[in-house]
Design a protein around this ligand. Sequence first.
Ligand code: FAD
Length: 462
Amino acid sequence: SLTLLWFRDDLRLSDNAALKWAADHGPVIGLFIDETINRSIGAAARWWREQSLNALAQDLSFYGVPLLRRTGNPLEILPKIVSEMEVKAVTWNRRYHQPLCEVDATLKKNLRDQGIEVHSHPGFLLTEPWEVSTATGTPYKVFTPFSKAAWEVARGHAYETVKNNVPVPSHLTGPEGVELPIPEMEQPFWATTLVKECAPGEKNASEKLFDFLEHLQDYPQARDSLARSATSKLSAHLRFGEISIHRVWAETAAIDSEGTELFLKELLWRDFAWHRLYALPHMDTQNVRMQFNRFGWSWDPSEKDKLNTPSTPLIPTKADQFHEDLAAWRAGKTGIPLVDAGMRELWATGSMHNRVRMVVASFLTKNLQIHWRHGEEWFWETLVDADPASNAFNWQWAAGSGDDASPYFRIFNPVTQAKKFDPDETYIRRWVPEYGTPSYPDPIVDLKESRQIALDAYSAIK
Ligand code: FAD
């Protein structure tokens, strides 16, 4: 009897609870669905995911397990495969955005009604969102108490994972006589540099963790240096579950270093973002603090339609200030060197240093007074690590509209930030070679004046 393993954000073989469960139940077939019923994945993340799926298909083929690929609605696709291939059990690792949880719950019920055994497993987060709550049983709104409560739970899960889980169950096997199609590589998307910069897949994720942990002691001092890039670069690997978050925790915790606690706390920020999205499923589109609904951010819903498979960041727009500013921000042509460096790094590599993400987000939402959703949408298309929780959570943090947000009046000054974190301008010059020449544009906005305008606008809704 066949077991169907539905892969989602868990594109790995090791430390994969659903895979282990499937292997224990006999021959396995893998499935991946490009789901069309919710917000579709952004272009850069899609590119990453394609490479990752290819690596996964290769790794599964070693065990004789095929990876089927489908596009559409899982509520239709799964029951069809189950009956066509006479599948007896279905399993997957959980996900935590309510619209997707609802799909999973419906599917579970429908399949069980058909007499199919269905099992879901934890594994994407350090803590399940319902495992950590305040004294009154509500979700946390503030990171510090959350992280204190989550720490012990995360540590317990990591310990259990390491104790119980085998790297890849050696008895994992596929059905007899089923072809193992390795899907064609999709053409890389618009930015060919992504191919150079990104190395998706389980093997690369493990190597990255290994390399990073060798320098863990440098993390506290060097993580904010823009030129050095001393962070782990694990975010996209974690986004697609190419490495188990419990393993990352356990291997880090085993090292006695100055960087250990700080890095583990960073991992908890990821959990916190999902904790919040689980509690507030509309956090990806709606202000968490309602008073910001009265805030006068510039907003044009039709901008979103222009983002599908962008071919260049300079999208021709209506010639008004707002559209011009938004286009200049996306293209990295604002005349503010640190902002431009970050936006060009994003375009070329599918990533951006966390500090610069905060600076460009503050600049867009405060100095330019543009709605954070425009920033969130651009990041959604261009970041390889974009996910609905971390992206929205951090945008609302930067914009001031989130629960535990940076206070609105804390407006990053991109010039001071550059002096502090890129003192010899290595990072800026890497991405903005024309900086300091006549061809570099003047700033599109006066930092001091626009800061005051932002503060006044905030006073009006306080
Ligand atoms: P490290 O410093 O090595 O951190 C380790 C891991 O901790 C990261 O891989 C990530 O999983 C987690 N982490 C660290 N900081 C955060 C944080 N603030 N929020 C959530 N998780 C965190 N991160 C995403 O993974 N996806 C996003 O879509 C995303 N959008 C962002 C948007 C904005 C406006 C900002 C300011 C930040 C965003 N981040 C997002 C958070 C952060 O910038 C990246 O996780 C980080 O830069 C990834 O690099 P790293 O793996 O080297 O990080």
